[in-house]
Design a protein around this ligand. Sequence first.
Ligand code: NDP
Ligand code: 8X3
Length: 259
Amino acid sequence: MYALNNQTVFITGASAGIGRACAQAFAAAGARLLLAARREDRLAALADALRTAHGAEVHTVVLDVRDPAAIDTTLSHLPSAWRTVDVLVNNAGLARAMQPVHENTLEHIDTMVDTNVKGLLYVTRAVVPGMLAHGRGHIINIGSTAGHSVYPGGTVYCATKHAVRALTEGMKMDLHGTPIRVSSVDPGLVETEFSRIRFDGDDDRAAQVYAGLHPLTATDIADVVLFCATRPAHVNVLDVVLMPTAQSSATMVDRSGTL
Ligand code: NDP
Ligand code: 8X3
């Protein structure tokens, strides 16, 4: 096992869902946590909880991954003890609406592409040189089953997650011959704030996404992210796809309530 004690894990989108669950999993494994998101109050509450529960060292930064200047400024002004990132979890991401491509608003298109694709690239670009300088590191991208197939109404979101899959494969090649590892964890339906955000706070519509099935939890995903990060140094898990037992493809979901 690759020990995480005193390793610094940088998680984007740590204020909710999968990012928050990853923070909890890595804190329990003894890592130091550098946590980023836009909602400062959420980050502060999580940091307090991790310090109390695990005695974890935690540093939080308010960061919008769509803002490359803010990423550079924030990372270059980190206290020196936080400047070496051992594991980067590129998790910040979202979907907006579910409709045919020509009905997407420009704002929805920009938000998805800027966050899921450009934001992931901006953060990676800022962190990788430090990993190379220190001769170790691991980039773990949160992709999606939406990066493996496309479903009606999800054209733009699926395109962004297909891009994440290409970025994972390309990063591994770009970092060929170095000790830096690159992984992607690609979940199907996970019950988080994801659908609430997608449907503009419509809780009833969000609940329908998970109705009649036992969806994955954020903790299920964090377990797999932690698994990738704790393989021995010679093992690179490139991609893990996981879905609820009740889900067999993006569009085949058993909602009988029996699974
Ligand atoms: P949540 O909505 O619960 O969490 C999303 C996180 O991303 C929040 O912490 C949010 O923080 C952060 N975030 C969003 N935009 C930005 C931004 N511009 N800058 C910084 N942080 C941002 O959703 P999930 O936990 O489900 O989603 C996490 C990742 O998992 C996403 O990449 C998503 O695409 C992926 N995924 C989700 C699945 C699901 O079914 N839920 C399945 C497959 C993949 P804040 O608002 O505070 O900035
Ligand atoms: C989230 C999973 O199926 O809602 O990436 O697109 S799905």
